[in-house]
Ligand binder design. Structure first.
Ligand code: ATR
Length: 282
C-alpha cells in the first residue's frame, strides 16, 4: 500500500525505568537532544517495581519501545535481563542503557563511566593520566564507573568505603585493570589526592562521610556524583578545605545520556546547550 508522503510517521519510543522515577531529568535531556538532532522520538518515565521489572520491561519492548535507560534500583537486574552486554557493561555487571535491535537482541550497555570521564575531561578539562584518584563508596555507582576510570592510566586509584570489606571486594574484582587499593575512611592519609569522586549516597540523607582533612589540597578536584540545587554536604566540605574545584554530577548526567543517545540513534548530541538549560531550570 502506498503511504501518502505527508503522513507523519509515529515517533520512536524511548524512556527511563526506575523506582522511584518521577524526579528524573532524563525526559528533559533526551527531549532537548531529539529537538537539536531533528529526531522523531518520544521519551517517557516508567515507574516499575523490582518485583515486576522483568515482566514490565519485556512488555515495553514487545509494545514497540526501542530503548530504555535504567536507573535505581534496577541496574543489576537489567544486566541479567538482556541477551548481550557491551564489554563495559559486562565489566560493571550493571546496565543503565538497553537498546532493542530489530533482530530481537536486547543489548545492555553502561554509559555511566563514560559520562563521568567525559565530564571530567571534556567539560572540566581535568587530565586524568598519572593522577592519584580517590573514590568514596563501594556500591552500584562505583561499579558503573570503575572500568572506564581505570582505562585512564591513573597513577593510583583508592576506593574508600564506610564498610571497608566492600571496598576490598571491589578491588579484588577490578584488580586486573590497574593499580587499585581499598580501605575504610579512617585509613586515608595525605598527601592530598589530585581527584576525589564522591559516589556514596550519604548526601541523600544530608550526611557526609567522616574523612581526614589532609586528603584535600588547593589543587584537588572534588566531584560529587550526586546533583541538586545548591551545595551538597560533599561540595560544602570540599570548599571548606579550599579544593581547586567542587563540582556536582550534572555534567555526568548529561554526558551519560548523550552516550545512551549515541547507542540508540547513532548521533552524539552536543551536550553544552542541555547542560546550560539544566543549570537554568534545576
Ligand atoms: P549506589 O547504587 O548509589 O552506589 P548503594 O549500592 O546502596 O547505592 O551504595 C551506597 C554507598 O554509599 C555505599 O558505599 C555506602 O556505604 P556502605 O557500603 O558502608 O553501606 C555508602 N553510604 C551510604 N550512606 C553513607 C553514609 N552516611 N556515610 C558514608 N557512606 C555511606
Amino acid at each position: 500500500m502506498a503511504v501518502p508522503v505527508n503522513q507523519a510517521l509515529p515517533a520512536d519510543q524511548y524512556g527511563v525505568v526506575g523506582h522511584p522515577v518521577a524526579h528524573s531529568w532524563s525526559p528533559f535531556i533526551h527531549g532537548m537532544f531529539a529537538k537539536a538532532t531533528a529526531q522523531n522520538l518520544v521519551y517517557r518515565m516508567f515507574d516499575v517495581t523490582p518485583e515486576n521489572f522483568r515482566r514490565d520491561v519485556l512488555k515495553l519492548f514487545a509494545g514497540g519501545v526501542r530503548g530504555l535507560n535504567v536507573t535505581l534500583p534496577h541496574k543489576q537486574a537489567a544486566a541479567e535481563l538482556v541477551n548481550e552486554l557491551t564489554p563495559r557493561a559486562a565489566r560493571a555487571q550493571a546496565v543503565n542503557t538497553i537498546a532493542f535491535f530489530e533482530d530481537t537482541t536486547l543489548l545492555g550497555d553502561n554509559t555511566d563511566g563514560a559520562g563521568l570521564t567525559s565530564d571530567l575531561e571534556r567539560n572540566m578539562k581535568v587530565e586524568l593520566a598519572d593522577k592519584r584518584l580517590l573514590i568514596l563508596g563501594a556500591g552500584g555507582a562505583v561499579r558503573g564507573v570503575l572500568g572506564p576510570l581505570l582505562e585512564r592510566e591513573l597513577r593510583e586509584v583508592t576506593i574508600a568505603n564506610r564498610t571497608p570489606h566492600k571496598a576490598q571486594a571491589l578491588v579484588a574484582e577490578f584488580a586486573d585493570c590497574g593499580a587499585i587499593a581499598g580501605c575504610g575512611f579512617s585509613a586515608l592519609r595525605g598527601p592530598p589526592y589530585d581527584v576525589i569522586v564522591n559516589a556514596t549516597s550519604a548526601g541523600l540523607q544530608g550526611e557526609m562521610p567522616l574523612l581526614p582533612a589532609g586528603i584535600v589540597g588547593s589543587a584537588t578536584v572534588c566531584y560529587d556524583m550526586s546533583y541538586g540545587r545548591g551545595d551538597t554536604p560533599f561540595t560544602r566540605w570540599s570548599k571548606s578545605l579550599h579544593a581547586a574545584r567542587a563540582a556536582k554530577g550534572w555534567g555526568m548526567l548529561v554526558e551519560q545520556a548523550a552516550e545512551s543517545y549515541l547507542l540508540w540513534r547513532g548521533i552524539r548530541p552536543d551536550t553544552q546547550p542541555v547542560l546550560e538549560a539544566l543549570m537554568r531550570h534545576a
